[in-house]
Each structure stands twice: as structure tokens, then as C-alpha cells.
Design a protein. Sequence first.
Length: 69
Amino acid sequence: MKRTKFVEDLKGKSAAELQEELVAAKKELFNLRFQNATNQLDNTSRIKEVRRNVARIQTAITEAEKAAN
């Protein structure tokens, strides 16, 4: 349920908002990887979740570009 809500929210956003969301998700992923490397990360499953969110955002961007053409 949580995933479908996230995807629906992405579809309602503009291209600029999607780019901002993508940058924020990639920064979060970098920080999580850094914490994991230094053994400071408690919830390692968060890395997988953020990676999938990055892919979902990129998919939404691609769909928006194709719809615009």
C-alpha cells in the first residue's frame, strides 16, 4: 500500500519536482552507504528501499518525458 501511494504522488509532480526528489533520494542513498561503511547504520534494509525509490522516481521521469512527446 505504501508503495502505490508513493508512485501516485510521483505521477502528480512536475518534471522539476521529480528532479529535486531524485537528487534528494540519491543524497540519502549516499549518506546511508557512508553510514553502512562506517558501521553506523542500524537499519540496513533502508538502503534497499531508497534504491528502489530512486528507480521509481527515474521511471516516473521517463514516463513523463514519453507522455510529453
